[in-house]
Every structure is written in C-alpha cells, then in structure tokens.
Design a protein around this ligand. Structure first.
Ligand code: TXA
Ligand code: MG
Length: 316
C-alpha cells in the first residue's frame, strides 16, 4: 500500500511528472505539476475525470500567484489577505503559463493556498504549483483520509502522502469575479462560510445554472455514494421505507435506524462537516439499502453540507 508521510518522496515523484495524492485541510487532492500537461493528464486518467472539468491550482506564495494570474480583480488582494492560507479558491484571469488542460480551455484559472502544514511544506519544496482536484473517482464522495484514497485509487497512483484526517472535511469555497456582471460570484459553497467572505467584498452573486464549462463544479450529480440518497424529514422517511434497512445521516439526533451517522452530537456544524464524507462512505459500505439524510441548519458550513447532500441525492 503506497501510503506514507515522506514529503521528499512525494516531491521527487511530482518532479518526475507523477500524480500523487496529498492531504489538504478540506479533502485529499490528487496532485501533479500544474505546468506539465503530461503530468496533469495522469490526474484525469486516474480519476476518469472528463476533460471539461477544470482543476484547482495550489500555491504556497503570492509569487506563485503572479505566475498563474494575468491580473487581480478589485477585492482579490483583500480576499487573499483575509482567507489565505485556507479553504477559499479564487478564480482569476490566467497567464499563458497555465496549460489549457488545467483550465479546460477557459481563460481563467482557479487558485488556492491550502493551510494544511504538510501541503504547504510540500508546495514550498517544489519549483512549481500543484494542480489538484479531489482524489476520488469522478462523481464519487471526496476522500478525507489517506485510506479513503487508497481504497479507490491505490492501484493507480505511486504514492499517497498521509496528513491525517482532514480538519475541514468539505471542499473549498469557490468564488470568481465576473467581468460581465461586475460582481463576485459564488460557484461552490465550501469550507469558508459565505458570511465572512461577504463582510470583505459585499454580497455575492449566486452562479446561474449555466451550461458547461462555465461552472463545471456545479454538476448536478456529484459527491454521490453508490446507494440512493434521499433528503427530508427522517421520521417520515423511515416510516415510508419501513421494510428496508436504512442508513441515516443526521446532525445531532440518533433516529435508531439500522445504521446511524450522527455528525455532531454536540451540535457543532464544523464538526458535522468534518465527519460528513466518511459517514457517507461507511453507509455506502454497510448493508443499508438506502441512505436518508436530514436538512442541516444553513448557516456557516451548513450551506456546504446541504449542497453536498443535495448533489449526492441527485438523479444520475
Ligand atoms: O478543497 C478543494 O477545493 C479540493 C482540494 C484538493 O483543494 N479540490 C477540489 O477540486 O475539490 P474539485 O475536484 O472540486 O475540482 C475543482 C473544481 C471544478 O469542478 C470546477 O467547478 C472548479 O473547481 N473550477 C476550477 N477551475 C475553474 C474555473 N476556471 N472556472 C470555474 N470553476 C472552476
Ligand atoms: Mg471533486
């Protein structure tokens, strides 16, 4: 099993143009040299990711941002100062150094500076930034432990850098400046709550459901376990599915189903986000016939939790 904590080994493989799984505070990423198209292609192959879905480029310094971004829209400086390093991805106009494969041919690039110490150490050891989507087969639940990555991609990649369980547990929030709308747009709810972002740059516009590849992270079915997911009032759903073995994802209450995943008995929404994806994976691996999930309170990271559950429940 290619799991370890050797940053130098991960760096050496990345320099050779390999794709390596790395920890971040949000979810594990499958990383490659963002300036090497052949290396980046390995990410798409391992994940079976369609090439219309662009990647996020990870940096450790503002100097690297200058290599990637042709210009910074108003407000970008303030956002980076306030939220980096951390789970906020900012979409910026790209330079010619960024290969088309990374951005799916868009003229913008998604950039983020992770706060996970191992990710930062690895990035600082390298001469290039790292393109990395979540390290899961396309469309499936994101990995929040090294073992999650090994379970699905272990045979396809040479190394998984183990940085422990992810502290945030849902992917980064993605925002971008729309030149046409002259507003900052929210493309994906995530690990940085909307409220503090709005306190820096004012009200966010919510991205329209637009055709690909303008907002590809907005694919309707995503983050999805193999089993059907149904969202609603758990008590009524359990009555409606009384004959079946149910797995339940809830915030604080144990509903006494066949399998119960209470994400935070203490009612802490950050803890709930941290536990969400591992809980979905456990229920998917259990003998439950279907997964029932309740709607979480919408403030803070609750918005990201509800977004992931909604996509996990979408028709495939
Ligand atoms: O927390 C995260 O964001 C994790 C870790 C590994 O950093 N990464 C991640 O990547 O979740 P993933 O698999 O969601 O893929 C990146 C998403 C795409 O699906 C797309 O929605 C969005 O980022 N994206 C990337 N470049 C974009 C662009 N130029 N315009 C709009 N959206 C873009
Ligand atoms: Mg993903």
């Amino acid at each position: 099993m290619p799991i370890g904590t050797d940053i130098e080994q991960a760096a050496a493989l990345l320099r050779q143009g390999e794709a390596v799984a790395i920890p971040t505070e949000t979810v594990y990423g499958l990383a490659a040299n963002a300036f090497n198209e052949v290396a980046v292609l390995k990410i798409f192959q391992a994940k079976q990711r369609p090439s219309f879905d662009p990647l996020i480029v990870h940096v450790h310094s503002r100097m690297q941002v200058e290599q990637l971004a042709a210009s910074l829209p108003a407000g970008a400086e303030a956002l980076m100062a306030r939220f980096w390093p951390g789970p906020l991805t900012i979409i910026l106009p790209k330079t010619d150094m960024v290969p088309d494969l990374v951005t799916s041919g868009l003229d913008t690039v998604a950039v983020r500076m992770p706060v996970h110490p191992m990710a930062l150490k690895l990035l600082a050891a390298l001469e290039f930034p790292l393109a990395a989507p979540s390290a899961n087969p396309f469309g499936y639940v994101s990995p929040t432990t090294a073992q999650h990555v090994a379970d699905q991609l272990g045979s396809k990649i040479p190394y998984i850098l183990d940085g422990g369980p992810c502290a945030v547990g849902v992917e980064s929030t993605i925002i971008g400046w729309g030149a046409e709308t002259e507003r900052w747009t929210l493309y994906r709810e995530g690990g940085t709550a909307k409220e503090p972002i709005e306190s820096v740059i004012g009200p966010l516009r919510i991205a329209d459901k637009s055709p690909l590849p303008v907002s590809p992270g907005m694919l309707e079915s995503h983050y999805a376990p193999g089993k059907p997911v149904i969202i609603g009032n758990i008590t009524s759903l359990m009555k409606a599915h009384a004959g079946k073995r149910c797995g339940v994802v809830s915030f604080t209450n144990n509903f006494g189903a066949a399998h119960n995943e209470v994400l935070s008995a203490a009612g802490d929404i950050n803890e709930a986000a941290r536990h969400l994806f591992a809980a979905l994976r456990r229920l998917d691996a259990s003998d439950a016939a279907l997964i029932l999930a309740e709607v979480f309170p919408g403030g803070g990271l609750g918005a990201a939790i509800n977004d992931r559950l909604l996509r996990a429940s979408a028709k495939r």
